[in-house]
Design a binder for this molecule. Structure first.
Ligand code: 0L1
Ligand code: MG
Length: 261
């Protein structure tokens, strides 16, 4: 089946690079979650062959509302690479139908073997920051099954992290489970939520991420960025705008976009 996984990963990889959406992989094809994670891994291998480096991990479906909408009861894990980290203005020309969502990010201070009996991902976190994630499903009309979206690396496209705050400062000063979050586009409020929308508490994302990383053989490395999940619904992202996510008490992060969609 490995050749088949590679072939399907190439379909999604091509969609990512050309900006041309593709039909769902599950259309007329049996695809379970194990297949989907194997396709995701094959897609990351393609990126690594082009010189990209794994830069961290992300969780999806951490909002109970989004999970219920999809009829799923567990989170999903995706992989971040260095080229997904937006530096400067993000060119959307080869995007398909990008959306942006405000998140909380954690910085990993040491390698963690997620399957080790004494592994404690939360204890390895050194910093916390506000973040923005751009998701862009490679499937037509942003429609997919659970297996489809896992194969598509949980729609991961780009991300930007604000100023890192030392974890001791966060723990002393903030209740990370109850921070108001606002998303502005060109100064106009586009979405409002709370860090409580991230599994009830962003800290809860860490054991969930550790569990998924152990189950799906994903290493968690020192210096890695961990995106905990979205604090509001994702908002369609246009070119030529400035997006700002503000997580009260933690900070703000900006993303400027350019290009032609
Ligand atoms: O980061 C996310 O929560 C995305 C998970 C995949 C579902 C989607 O693309 O909306
Ligand atoms: Mg996200």
């Amino acid at each position: 089946m490995t050749g088949r996984y590679d072939e399907l990963a190439r379909v999604l990889d091509e969609a990512t690079r050309t900006g041309e959406a593709v039909p769902q992989l599950s259309d007329g094809r049996a695809l379970d979650l194990a297949d989907a994670y194997a396709i995701q891994r094959a897609g990351i291998a393609l990126r690594e062959q082009r010189g990209e480096r794994v830069a961290g991990a992300k969780l999806g479906f951490t909002s109970r509302a989004k999970a219920a909408q999809m009829g799923v009861s567990d989170v999903i894990i995706g992989t971040l690479t260095d080229t997904m980290a937006a530096t400067g203005t993000l060119d959307l020309t080869r995007s398909i139908h990008p959306r942006v969502e405000p998140e909380v990010a954690f910085l990993l201070g040491s390698d963690v073997d997620p399957g080790a009996p004494d592994a404690d991902l939360a204890a390895a976190v050194t910093h916390v920051a506000p973040a923005l994630e751009v998701i862009d499903s490679r499937y037509r009309d942003f429609r997919f099954s659970l297996a489809d979206v896992v194969a598509d690396n949980t729609s991961a496209s780009a991300y930007v992290v604000g100023e890192w705050v030392p974890v001791a400062d966060v723990r002393a000063r903030l209740d990370l489970a109850a921070l108001p979050v606002v998303l502005h586009v060109d100064g106009v409020e586009a979405a409002r939520g709370s860090t409580a929308d991230i599994l009830g508490d962003p800290w809860a994302a860490l054991p969930a991420l550790q569990r998924m990383a152990a189950r799906h053989g994903q290493p968690l490395r020192r210096g890695g960025v961990l995106l905990a999940g979205a604090a509001t619904a994702a908002v369609p992202l246009q070119a030529g705008v400035l997006v700002t996510a503000t997580v009260a008490g933690l900070g703000a992060v900006d993303l400027a976009t350019s290009g032609e969609l």
